[in-house]
Write a protein that binds this ligand. Sequence first.
Ligand SMILES: C[S@@+](CC[C@H](N)C(=O)[O-])C[C@H]1O[C@@H](n2cnc3c(N)ncnc32)[C@H](O)[C@@H]1O
Length: 197
Amino acid sequence: MNSGYYKTKESVDEYTRLAKDVSGEKLIKKLKKYLQFDSILLEIGSGPGTDWNILNGDYEVIGSDHSQEFLNRLISNNPGGRFLELDATTLKVEEKFDGIFSNKVLHHLKDKELNDSILRQFDILNTNGIICHSFWAGEGSEIFKGLYVNYHTDTTLRKHFEKYFNIIMLERYCEFEENDSILLIGKKIQLHNIKKL
Ligand SMILES: C[S@@+](CC[C@H](N)C(=O)[O-])C[C@H]1O[C@@H](n2cnc3c(N)ncnc32)[C@H](O)[C@@H]1O
């Protein structure tokens, strides 16, 4: 469904240049209130690896992306780091994690794909596992640079996540403009609390 953006050398060069002064530092500060030091954390859609490097200071972080071009750069720029080729929708990985983080990645998923991703995240998290994801705030969807972009409101995010996660934090923040983004932090629901899957 998505174009080759993020997958070609040219687009990865362009994204890396445009995003060079952007980081999820403020989001990670919030995550640290809920996910303890040294936990095993999966990052989805690591891209240039800016947040992976911040997270790596506090967690045993495993980076991932569906783009081989980003992965090649992540591996060569971070010797000793662990990186997996993972699609956010299917998250085909055997191991379990204490936390899952993504910064501006899951908005590339259509509603059904996001639901599939949330179910997989539930499956690959340990008991009391924590999720921390950011989204672009807004309504509807569009194609931007050939990429599908799904905008979210507090209400749509609650609807997607609350069956599997207790929402600990759902707040607007400024990436480029006031309230243009939403941070969601949640804790995996205990199995006996899931009434109807
Ligand atoms: C807007 S960039 C964000 C990159 C990084 N998280 C950051 O904050 O700079 C989106 C990233 O998500 C990745 N991505 C997009 N769709 C994906 C999917 N379905 N599965 C895994 N990664 C995906 C892209 O390759 C890209 O690295």
